[in-house]
Design a protein around this ligand. Structure first.
Ligand code: FMN
Length: 134
């Protein structure tokens, strides 16, 4: 059964916009090979990411993500079986939304799965305007 994971992490102070671009391009290449889809949201202070794919592929990519020092304090808020993908159009969609900073900080502290699920639905709606990858 495919899985969906959603986490929020704290961006490292040294992380630059160039770093984020590098993360998105490396992720797109790796994720496509592993049949992983998802979305990365960045604010000035936090990351949030949805990852969808086979359980083994998700476990492997989470290893890569955990070992990256451009963020810390990864809180997995949703970890569910997901027969249908919500972000199937992208190996890694990217949204920069500084106005979500407080929402992510609050979710990171509250660790409320229901709130996180609702936020993921909001991300799905926001991502409708993103162009599909070729
Ligand atoms: C917030 C964040 C999200 C990331 N998402 C992914 C991802 O979806 N897929 C992936 O393969 N790596 C992801 N990474 C990890 C890095 O992109 C990857 O480890 C880095 O590019 C180094 O890869 P390399 O060791 O192959 O050079 C993420 C890292 C961060 C900080």
């Amino acid at each position: 059964m495919p899985k969906r994971i959603f986490y929020v992490s704290v961006m490292a102070a040294h992380t630059t916009d160039l770093d984020i671009r590098a993360i998105v391009s490396a992720s797109t290449i790796w994720n496509r090979r592993q049949d992983i889809t998802g979305l990365l949201l960045a604010t000035r202070t936090h990351f949030a990411q949805v990852l969808e794919g086979r359980a083994e592929a998700i476990a492997a990519v989470m290893e890569r993500i955990r070992s990256d020092d451009r963020h810390r304090s990864i809180e997995i808020l949703v970890d569910v079986d997901a027969a249908k993908r919500q972000f199937g159009r992208w190996a890694m969609a990217y949204l920069r939304r500084d106005d979500c900073s407080q929402a992510l900080e609050q979710m990171h502290m509250a660790r409320d799965p229901a709130q996180a699920q609702a936020f993921m639905s909001l991300l799905e709606a926001l991502s409708i305007d993103l162009a599909s990858e070729p």
